[in-house]
Write a protein that binds this ligand. Structure first.
Ligand SMILES: Nc1ncnc2c1ncn2[C@@H]1O[C@H](COP(=O)(O)OP(=O)(O)OP(=O)(O)O)[C@@H](O)[C@H]1O
Ligand SMILES: [Mg+2]
Length: 251
């Protein structure tokens, strides 16, 4: 077993009086790829925000990279791509390379002045996501799928150990989605990056990830992909409270 990167113990959360997470215990080991599934409003994004330290659990503990979130509020090296981050206005005044370099801002402090080394890093991540040709383009003029890649690049530029993705393929066509999953697969296998991804794409959950968490306020299941596949139908109908039509397993 590898090093534990993230550990949630008995975590509960509520917004005002609405309880959205109850007694969630979950751990992620170094180098794992965890897929989180569950219906709309089941607490998936909330869970990610708790893992990121953006929200504090009402109950329970969060340990990240071996230290308590409460004790250490310092910025951990976690890459995060939030839900619906690929919807920039057409006239948003920043180029692709500027948006990506902004991922270094937390390291560089408030005064952002980029040097040659920074632009080398921009080159490196642009190549990883296959967008070198668009670096000078205005971000708002890119398609949703291309913008998504820019956000992945921005998350990768600070060389995180953990990358957290919240429904990264919403609104992206099939071919781009496939390329995107190939990229994640490559990052996971070749860079040893630990990944946590929320998705509604059951096809990808049953092929790409190695651990699955099934959430609907409570954690219904957390285990290996093969264990999930064996009980897929029961687990999903339990979590979704109805029969789920399982869409094609395309990978
Ligand atoms: N800032 C907030 N204030 C109040 N309630 C919230 C807030 N954010 C989320 N909620 C509520 O908490 C519940 C869980 O929301 P969350 O965004 O975690 O769900 P989700 O599983 O990510 O859903 P989706 O698949 O639609 O993205 C929902 O009922 C939602 O309405
Ligand atoms: Mg969400």
């Amino acid at each position: 077993m590898g090093k534990t990167i993230l550990q949630l113990e008995d975590v509960s959360y509520s917004y005002q009086h609405q309880s959205v997470l109850e007694d969630v215990t979950l751990s992620v080991e170094e180098g794992q790829f965890l897929g989180i599934v569950g219906p709309n409003g089941s607490g998936k994004s909330t869970l990610l925000k708790i893992a990121l330290g953006v929200l504090e659990p009402r109950k329970g503990t969060v340990t990240i990279f071996g230290s308590s979130m409460r004790k250490q509020k310092q910025k951990y090296n976690i890459g995060y791509v939030s839900q619906k981050s690929n919807s920039f206005q057409r006239d948003f005044p920043a180029t692709v390379e500027e948006v990506i370099a902004a991922g270094l801002a937390s390291k560089k402090g408030i005064i952002r002045r980029y040097n040659k080394k920074d632009y080398f890093l921009v080159d490196e991540v642009l190549e990883q996501v296959g967008l070198q040709h668009l670096r000078k383009r205005n971000i708002g003029q890119l398609s949703g799928g291309q913008q998504q890649r820019v956000f992945i690049a921005r998350a990768l530029i600070s060389k995180p150990k953990l990358l957290i993705l919240d429904e990264p393929t919403v609104g992206i066509d099939r071919e781009s989605t496939k390329q995107f999953y190939d990229l994640l697969h490559h990052l996971h296998k070749n860079s040893g990056l630990t990944l946590i991804m929320v998705t509604h794409d059951i096809g990808v959950v049953t092929t790409l990830v190695d651990q699955v968490a099934c959430l609907n306020k409570k954690l219904f299941f957390h285990g290996t992909r093969s264990l999930f596949v064996k009980q897929e139908k029961e687990l999903l109908s339990k979590a979704y409270n109805h029969d789920v039509q399982v869409i094609s397993h395309q990978h």
